[in-house]
Design a protein around this ligand. Structure first.
Ligand code: ATP
Length: 540
């Protein structure tokens, strides 16, 4: 699928706009238009419904070791600065960046690649931001330019080895930066904390300094005790939260995939340490299945277990759910969600102080004076099982998803070009967004076939009846074939048409977006029929 086509459809039909576009936009920030906001809301609501509200604590879902409870939470974006010191974000949440003195551009060190090439008795490393074949083509173009060669002289370039990461290059003096014309213009890599800093209250000094949260998870940990004390949850149980997170990404790109302001949907699942490997496996599989159920196709979606050397310093196991986004080189996948076994790292950090690994142990990090580097809350965040009387610090399984990345994957998956007959029966190419009906922005559109003979009046009544239950759309303008096409592009799964026969027998035509099948339903049964189809889309 051509990403440019999707990006232009998103703008044209009001799924996504660049933030502050009339002022030239702001890199890494995106606005959801009228269709996009419905789509993203539906993604979030599907998650909340399936993970929290619809969860049945009396009956264990398939694969779960036992029944469990799920509750929700909504925390603030700005929290006590000590939260980020103990979580490790203050000291460790950074990327390395390199700047180009010539182009004034900034790059994430690990996102720049390049290849060694020799020509005219000079050996240089040509850097590029693109990967795979695109990266090789870009490196070739720029090498030709640098050596003042024409395309037909490409064989004079002696390439040495494949594309490698800039992180493998230690001396930048022979590096040609991704947007540079001269050698050696990249600065050595520097650390850059990704948290946005702000100031609370009238004081602008360091005492008022605070951060916009880079993840929603920490709000859950710091409220663990409040939730235990105010509800009757018993371990094992999960707390879910969704909301905005902020990361000052060095190179936001690939549409909304890497934004600076985005929304997360996170669960912290608290369990007994001994049972945690089983729960980890359960959540990994359950979350993977969720994306499959909402229509992400098997071969474009994968579950990848991290290698031991990829694991965070506290993690006993992590898996990513990844999607083959069309903007990535063939064979590459991008993370949609991470499921991490975090052990007792977070609860202990907020009790004792920032933890570091020492051999197999997690210990409080101390300064030269032997005192904790970042002191914890000192509150008891352990849990006492009132049946066994055992007291322990629960282990945590964290399925952490991004609402914007999931929405983007659903957009990519939905985009389809196929052939469908127009009004005259002639086959025409149509663009259709094949969203799962649960997440489709508009569930049904209602049309009078023509704007006369009382058809609009009947159609409006049906529209108003449906509107009480679903997001529906009314359209009486232009040829009915064109109205169908517009709904196909918006991803509306069902179109309901009032025609001559309606006036005789009070039935309407329902058209299925994907199969193009049409059938008749009585006017009064329309809302129930649409509800049935959304729940069970294959049943038409
Ligand atoms: P990446 O390696 O892609 O930066 P990450 O491993 O840092 O992601 P996590 O910290 O695990 O991501 O965040 C959990 C989820 O939040 C991700 O799987 C993703 O869906 C979402 N997310 C993280 N960063 C961004 C971002 N900059 N823009 C949009 N979504 C994001």
């Amino acid at each position: 699928m051509d990403m440019d086509k999707l990006v232009s459809l998103c703008k044209r039909r009001g799924f996504l706009f660049q933030s502050s576009e009339i002022y030239g936009g702001l890199n890494g920030f995106w606005d959801y238009g009228p269709l996009g906001v419905e789509l993203k809301r539906n993604v979030r609501e599907a998650w909340w419904q399936d993970m929290v509200r619809g969860h049945d604590e009396l009956d264990a879902p398939p694969g779960a070791p036992e029944p469990f409870e799920m509750v929700g939470l909504d925390c603030t974006i700005i929290m006590h600065p000590q939260v980020w010191k103990c979580s490790g974000h203050y000291d460790l949440f950074h990327d390395f960046m390199v700047d180009c003195r010539e182009s004034k551009k900034r790059y994430r060190h690990d996102q720049v690649h390049g290849r060694w090439v020799e020509a005219k008795e000079q050996r240089i490393f040509v850097a590029t931001q693109a990967g795979g074949e695109e990266g090789e083509a870009d490196a070739q173009q720029r090498a030709l330019k640098f050596f003042n060669l024409r395309s037909k002289d490409a064989e004079r370039l002696a390439w040495q080895g494949p594309l490698v990461s800039l992180t493998e290059i230690h001396d930048f003096s022979n590096v040609l930066g991704p947007d540079a014309k001269e050698l050696g213009t990249l600065t050595p890599p520097r650390e850059f904390n990704l948290m946005f800093k702000t100031y609370v209250g009238a004081l602008s000094g360091e005492e008022g300094a605070a951060f916009l949260r880079p993840e929603t998870a920490q709000g859950i940990f710091v409220n663990f005790k409040n939730v235990c004390d105010s509800t009757r949850v018993r371990v094992p149980f999960g707390i879910a939260q969704m909301g905005k997170s902020f990361r000052n990404e060095i190179t936001p790109r690939n549409f909304t995939f890497r934004s600076r302001e985005f929304e997360q949907m996170e669960i912290e699942f608290f369990c007994h340490p001994k049972a945690s490997p089983e729960w980890y496996k359960f959540w990994r599989d359950r979350r993977y299945q969720w994306y499959l159920d909402l229509g992400l196709a098997g071969e474009r979606l994968r579950l990848r277990d991290h290698d031991a050397d990829e694991l965070s310093h506290y993690s006993c196991g992590t898996a990513d759910i990844e999607y083959a986004f069309p903007f990535l080189p063939p064979g590459e996948f991008g993370e949609l969600e991470g499921i991490a076994h975090r052990g007792d790292f977070d609860l202990r950090s907020h009790m004792e102080g920032k933890l570091v690994r020492q051999g197999d142990e997690l210990v409080v990090e101390t300064g030269e004076d032997g005192k904790p580097h970042h002191r914890g809350s000192g509150k008891d965040l352990t849990y006492r099982d009132d049946l066994t009387n055992e007291r322990f610090t629960p282990h945590v399984i964290e399925p952490s998803a991004g609402a914007d990345r999931a929405t983007l994957a659903f957009l990519c998956q939905a985009y389809t070009e196929d052939e469908a007959p127009d009004e005259k029966g002639k086959m025409q190419t149509r663009v259709v967004m094949k969203f799962h009906p649960r997440i489709a922005p508009i569930k049904a559109a209602v049309f009078p076939l023509v704007k006369k003979d009382g058809m609009p009046e009947v159609a409006k009544k049906i529209y108003l009846a449906l509107k009480k239950r679903f997001n529906v759309f009314y359209d009486e303008k232009g040829a009915v074939g064109r109205r169908y096409r517009r709904q196909d592009e918006a991803g509306t799964p069902y179109c309901i048409t009032v025609d001559g026969q309606t006036l005789e027998d009070r039935t309407v035509t329902v058209r299925d977006r994907d199969s193009l099948k049409q059938w008749r339903v009585s006017v009064d049964e329309c809302p129930d029929e649409i509800a049935r189809l959304i729940e069970n889309p294959g049943a038409s």
